[in-house]
Structure formats: C-alpha cells, structure tokens
Write a protein that binds this ligand. Structure first.
Ligand code: NAG
Length: 263
C-alpha cells in the first residue's frame, strides 16, 4: 500500500488550520499542501440533532482570546458537556474550534452567532457540526447542507413555521428570557409539537429542567457555565464545576422526559 493512503485527506478549501507537514519521505501533490483537514467523520445533521436532544444542554462559549477559549472549552468538555458552541466573535474562533475537534472528536461542536454564509463555510471547514444564529439568515437556511445542522434564531410563531417550512430541523427561540421564558416555549409547543426548539438567552442552570419539561429540546447555557468573572480570571476550575452541574441537570431532565414519553 502506498504511504500516501495513510495520510489524512487533503483538499483545497478556502481556509487553512493547523497545517501538519507530511513525513519527509512522502511526496504529495503541490495543490494538496494548501490545507490540512481532519479525517472525515460520519455525521449527518440528523445525528447532530439527536446528540443535541440527548444532551439537553448546549454550552455557549465566548472568550476574549484563543487560549482562554481553548482552556474553557477543555474544562467544560472534561466536566461532561457533550455539545458546545463557540461564538464567532471569539478571536481565532475557527482555529480554536479545529483544535477542540482534534482533542475531543466525539463532542458535538458548533459555532454560534453566525450571520453569513462565509462564516458558515469556515465553521464547516473547521469541523463544526452545527451553527446557530440569533435570527434567520436566509442565505444559510437556503443552502442545504449534508453535514452541517443550521439552527436559525426565531421569536414569533410565523418565524418558527417559515423556518421549518424552509427546511430547518430545529429552531432556536431567542431571546427567550426577555419574552416569557419557560411559559413562552410551552405556549409555542402547543401549535408546533413537531418542531424541535432550543431555548436561548438568560437561562440559569437551575431552570434547565423546567425548560425541557416545558417542551424545549435543549437549552443554551452561556454565562451559567462560562461565568464572566471566572472567564476573566481564567478560573477554569470554576468553569469545570459549573459545567459539571449543567451537564448533570441536562442529563436528569432528558432522562425524566424519556420516562414520560418513552421511545
Ligand atoms: C475559582 O473559583 C472557585 C469557586 O468557583 C473558588 O473557590 C476559587 O477560589 C477560585 N480560584 C481562584 C484562583 O480564584
């Protein structure tokens, strides 16, 4: 067998992360030198959706520097978080994401606050399995993807239904705390029991169960895990403990729901 076959797949995407040089004895085609890609992992938007629903919690990380983002992500995942998104405004977001994908290949990783197709593409190339927006970004929604789950942000019944009809498999109700919290989600689930909803904005760890009982498929936790003070002080032990608590709350709520609605 040629040594070439043992190398990770190379391709020619638009951006590059962590180029890993090939062993010196191997010659590779010049165009292949441009970029290093992770080995393809089998995952569909449906599988990603299942992972999100089984987790009950999406940890949402924003940080002021790439190294803080990386350490905070590691702390949260080590503590039991299985779905995590990094907000696109985090410096070096795609490089950080790519590194976390390498370190934790079984974690479901995504990019948050994506507002255009360019960042969506960069997220995908970095290894993101999902992207979220605070609003419906029509260009992203219209671009059907075989390997990236898009979660548009919605607020009204009309936005929920039009996103769903345009192909969204799940929507993010945002900003949920500002518009009624658990009660708002529970009310929306009455006409739309078939549309999976993520609740997002201002949610605390102790209300994860109430949101999931109220019909949310999952909740986004940001400051509740990545506490602003802990992040600014680089207290990753504090983040570890907050993440552990959040993961436990998510698991408990999902288990309870499975008991009530088995299968
Ligand atoms: C980190 O946070 C924990 C509580 O969450 C606290 O007990 C500890 O003292 C903090 N560590 C530092 C170095 O500030």
């Amino acid at each position: 067998m040629s040594l070439l076959l043992l190398l990770p797949k190379f391709s020619t995407p638009t951006s590059c992360f962590n180029f890993v040089p090939p062993p010196p004895q191997v010659t590779i085609r010049p165009h292949a030198l441009r970029c290093y890609h992770s080995p393809p992992s089998i995952s569909t938007p449906e599988a990603t959706l299942t992972n999100i629903v089984n987790s009950g919690v999406i940890a949402c990380l924003r940080a002021q520097s790439p190294d803080v983002a990386l350490e905070a992500a590691r702390a949260a995942i080590t503590a039991g978080i299985s779905v995590l998104e990094i907000v696109v405004s985090t410096p070096g977001v795609f490089e950080v994401l790519h590194q976390v994908v390498q370190d934790f290949p079984t974690t479901t990783l995504g990019v948050g606050t994506v507002l255009n197709t360019k960042d969506a593409e960069n997220a995908k190339n970095a290894g993101a399995k999902f992207i979220t927006s605070p609003a419906i970004v029509k260009d992203i929604l219209d671009q059907e993807s075989d390997d990236l789950l898009y979660i548009p942000g919605v607020m009204t019944p009309t936005e929920i239904l039009s996103s769903y009809n345009a192909g969204a498999k799940i929507v993010k109700v945002y900003p949920v705390s500002a518009i009624g919290g658990v009660q708002y989600i529970a009310t929306l689930k009455k006409p739309f029991p078939h549309i999976p909803m993520v609740a997002s904005q201002g949610i605390t760890t102790d209300s994860v169960g109430a949101y999931i009982d109220g019909g949310a498929s999952a909740v986004v936790l940001s400051d509740a895990i990545f506490d602003k003070k802990a992040i600014s002080e680089r207290n990753f032990t504090a983040i570890y403990h907050l993440a552990q608590l959040a993961a436990l709350q998510g698991n408990a709520a999902v288990k309870r729901k499975e008991k009530i609605y088995p299968g």
